[in-house]
Design a protein around this ligand. Structure first.
Ligand code: ADP
Ligand code: ADP
Length: 228
């Protein structure tokens, strides 16, 4: 699903990703950890083309992102992303936020779209908030809506960039439980940037550890956490 071959990424002179080699198969749940500034977010953002790479090869869901003419809109139909800040449309209801992309990009008929959106809201435990505006629900609830929204396009790959770091501590667990549920239920592939070690241990098949723009560890979750 994702293949990095000798990928380099620069911000101006700054070498943000060094010699990245990484393959992630369909269905894997991979957690990306490492110190702040080590390049985790940059790596995740290259996967859906939010950041470009300067050399090497990057293939995501059979699209070659190293080729300049890749159509990112087509790629992003299959690659969802959940950010630290939820970026919900403030003037639309929770339900409308979830229905938007399938309506516009997916051309899904209205009734079917509404039914699937309600089902997603139920899955994240927020069906009672369908008619609320984002400002009327908590940060943790907004993030669960953002997750439901990213699932509405039935992505093959879901990227999470520190999905809980902007949340109050008491909201974190509900969001992590939702992520755990969706990553264990399906053959969707997930790449999750997080600082939540307990969560990483519980949900990931694999842990990739970055430092100063390099991948310094890449191991099955059990072996990663059993190391002395
Ligand atoms: P992490 O997610 O591990 O905290 P980031 O990928 O956000 O790390 O950042 C890696 C490094 O790249 C940091 O030193 C950061 O300051 C730098 N960086 C990130 N984005 C930009 C940018 N748009 N322009 C210049 N430098 C950037
Ligand atoms: P976060 O930790 O939420 O990713 P950051 O402060 O690292 O937030 O980055 C916020 C934005 O600023 C991102 O778009 C990132 O690309 C950009 N950015 C981060 N570091 C730098 C930098 N050194 N120079 C320019 N832009 C940066």
């Amino acid at each position: 699903m994702i293949e990095f071959h000798d990928v380099q990424k620069y911000y101006g002179q700054f070498h943000a990703l060094h010699d990245i080699n990484l393959e992630i198969d369909q269905g894997e749940t991979v957690v990306l950890i490492g110190p702040s500034g080590s390049g985790k977010s940059t790596l995740a953002r290259t996967v859906n083309g939010l950041e470009s790479i300067q050399s090497g090869q990057l293939i995501v869901n059979n699209h070659d992102l190293s080729a300049k003419k890749t159509d990112l809109n087509i790629l992003r139909r299959d690659v969802g992303m959940v950010f630290q800040h939820f970026n919900l449309y403030a003037n639309k209801t929770v339900l409308e936020n979830i229905m938007l992309a399938p309506r516009i990009v997916g051309h899904v008929p209205e009734e079917e779209n509404r039914k699937s959106a309600l089902k997603l809201l139920q899955m994240v435990g927020l069906e009672s908030k369908a008619q609320n505006k984002p400002s009327q629900i908590s940060g943790g609830q907004q993030q669960r809506v953002a997750i439901a929204r990213s699932l509405a396009m039935k992505p093959k790959l879901l990227l999470f960039d520190e999905p809980t770091s902007a949340l109050d501590p008491e909201m974190i667990d509900d969001v992590l439980q939702v992520i755990k549920k969706i990553t264990s239920d399906s053959d969707m592939t997930s790449l999750i940037v997080t600082h939540e070690m307990g969560f990483a241990k519980e949900v990931a098949n694999r842990v990739v550890f970055m430092d100063e723009g390099r991948i310094v560890e890449d191991d099955k979750t059990n072996s990663f956490f059993e190391r002395p």
